[in-house]
Design a protein around this ligand. Structure first.
Ligand code: GUN
Length: 281
């Protein structure tokens, strides 16, 4: 089994982006990323902290907003409006989930699509579906980059995705289709799920159930991508039963150190791209 080392691939991309950011700085352009966290979700705090730190390392100016749990929808919309108009801000990210009083869709639709570095705005989702140029969502695109870094061909492969979220499962299907995979999306109501995963050349697991995918559910040599991050009492585990699946898989992402670092670095890729598109001729 070959470990798909997201930490290493992300570090290589980080070095490239640092150079690109330095080049922009020489032209007097400092890429800017606004990261908005609403409330006190401990996992979200950790993710946001990592994003902000990475931005700083690369030379992206970080505009950090930590808002109280009882922030109103109107207050958040006003902040987004200000950031849409702020020329120093190239990317706007609102960490999800949001507290119940805020309509997530309303917020995502308020972000200027040109600054939508998560690629959650319906305009960018539509572009992805139609294969038009635009930002690509960070986690699925990070997975594609990780597969490419290991020269894993996609064309003609049967990819089975477990999970149909807007953040991972659905966009993942489109990116794999774009590269001519045959794609099956499965979810919590799928019957006989293991029969499908056993046929898969590539399995992407994103359902948020610790150690869900076991060795009996895959075929020999399968490429297994674990998007899960589950906090058990003492440790962090993915949606894949790592030791068990490792005996049978051809390639496997670890948790931590697989998909997570790729998600963060793709956010930086999208921010630099958005900056270039908006501010360079
Ligand atoms: N919550 C979980 N994953 C993500 C992500 O990729 N972006 C944002 N904004 N929130 C998330």
């Amino acid at each position: 089994m070959i470990r798909l080392d997201g930490t290493k691939v992300a570090a290589d991309l980080q070095a490239e982006l640092t150079q690109t950011a330095a080049g922009l700085r020489e032209q007097g352009i400092v890429p800017g990323l606004a990261v908005i966290l609403v409330g006190n979700d401990p996992a979200s705090k950790v993710y946001v902290g990592r994003k902000e730190k990475m931005a700083e390392k690369i030379g992206i100016k970080n505009f950090a907003y930590t808002l109280a749990d009882d922030t109103t929808e109107q207050q958040l919309l006003e902040l987004i409006d200000q950031l849409n108009q702020n020329d120093q801000v190239d990317g706007i990210l609102v960490q999800l989930p949001l507290p119940d009083q805020i309509d997530e869709q309303k917020i995502l639709q308020a972000i200027d699509p040109a600054k939508d570095v998560d690629s959650f705005h319906p305009e960018n989702v539509g572009k992805l579906m139609q294969g038009l140029p635009g930002p690509k969502p960070c986690t699925p695109n990070g997975i594609m980059k990780l597969l490419a870094a290991y020269d894993i061909p996609i064309e003609g492969k049967h990819a089975v995705i477990i999970g149909r979220s807007n953040i991972v499962g659905k966009p993942m299907a489109h990116l794999l289709l774009e590269q001519n995979a045959t794609v099956t999306i499965t979810h919590s109501r799928t019957k006989n799920l293991a029969e499908l995963t056993k046929q898969a050349d590539i399995v992407v697991v994103a359902i948020g159930r610790p150690n869900y995918l076991t060795g009996e559910m895959i075929k020999d040599g399968a490429i297994v991508i674990d998007v899960g991050i589950n906090r058990l009492e003492k440790k962090l585990v993915g949606d894949v039963d790592f030791e068990n699946v490792a005996e049978k898989a051809g390639y496997l992402t670890p948790v931590p150190g697989g998909v997570g670092p790729m998600t963060i670095i793709m956010l930086m890729v999208n921010t630099i791209k958005a900056c270039r598109l908006r501010r360079t001729p």
